[in-house]
Design a protein around this ligand. Structure first.
Ligand code: NAD
Length: 234
């Protein structure tokens, strides 16, 4: 089967082999923190110093980790496919871009950006951000990580549902199927069209039974093979 319009949903599992911690694999902890402590608007309101420090550490980790074979395989797929290939990622790291992928939608935001709550401007950001750091645009000390926290609306949802509607294969990689709305995308694909659906994950995810095809194991082993198969037919 030739595919001309591929949508790939990625989650924390695709970056695990690069040394970036997932949180479902650590009993609901993300780098030793409970999610409610660092990834909700309420947590930021209660303790902005702790939350800024948490994301400062995650941002500082980025230059120390490298894209792995799974990120590289997806970049090759985009480069060599005779068609359209879009990554929708729940990840806030920049490993897809650093592997060479260009069509990447960060539905949960990006560590390498910061946003001003006062003037709404968004800035590329590589250094630490503190509660007193002034916004480069309006100079108010109202910066927050450009991250979608639990309880907030993910970005680009209209674009994403358009992509789910029009794809001819939907591949989910390294995501536990616990975090909505991403966990519901496979059902949307099935409801909206006839696309083939594939899960690539270390273990069966919560939504594994919703996929037509499942491949379980490490993304760094499985994705290069899957990409070879798709490109051979293309
Ligand atoms: P998750 O942590 O809930 O689940 C990760 C899944 O990946 C698990 O099912 C696990 O079995 C699988 N996995 C682990 N290692 C793997 C490997 N080598 N190959 C294939 N699969 C592997 O992640 P999620 O579903 O993406 O939800 C977590 C949320 O936390 C996301 O919204 C994301 O924003 C955030 N988060 C992001 C990062 C990141 O940017 N790298 C890291 C941690 C958490």
């Amino acid at each position: 089967m030739q595919y001309r319009n591929i949508v790939i949903l990625t989650g924390a599992g695709i970056s695990a082999e690069s040394g970036v911690a997932t949180f479902r694999d650590n009993g609901g902890l993300w780098e030793s923190h409970r999610i409610e402590e660092v990834a909700t608007p309420e947590a930021f309101a209660a303790d902005p110093i702790l939350v800024h420090n948490f994301y400062n550490m995650r941002r500082a980790q980025l230059p120390t980790v490298q894209p792995n074979d799974a990120h590289k395989a997806l970049a090759r797929l985009e480069r060599e496919l005779n068609g359209k290939c879009t990554i929708i990622t729940q990840n806030v790291d920049n490993l897809h871009e650093r592997a060479g992928s260009e069509s990447v939608i960060h539905m949960h935001g990006e560590l390498s950006k910061i946003r001003c709550e006062a003037c709404k401007s968004i800035h590329l950001w590589e250094i630490d951000c503190l509660t007193e750091t002034p916004c480069p645009n309006c100079e108010q000390a109202a910066l927050r990580p450009h991250i979608v926290w639990f309880g907030e609306m993910p970005f680009y949802m209209d674009d994403i549902y358009g992509l789910l509607r029009s794809c001819d294969v939907f591949i989910s990689v390294g995501t536990s199927g616990n975090v909505y709305p991403a966990a519901g995308f496979v059902s949307e694909v099935r409801r909206l069209g006839n696309a083939h659906t594939v899960e690539v994950n270390l273990e069966p995810s919560e939504g594994t039974s919703l996929f037509a095809e499942c491949r379980h194991g490490k993304a760094g082993d499985l994705l290069p093979k899957l990409v070879d198969e798709i490109l051979r037919l293309n």
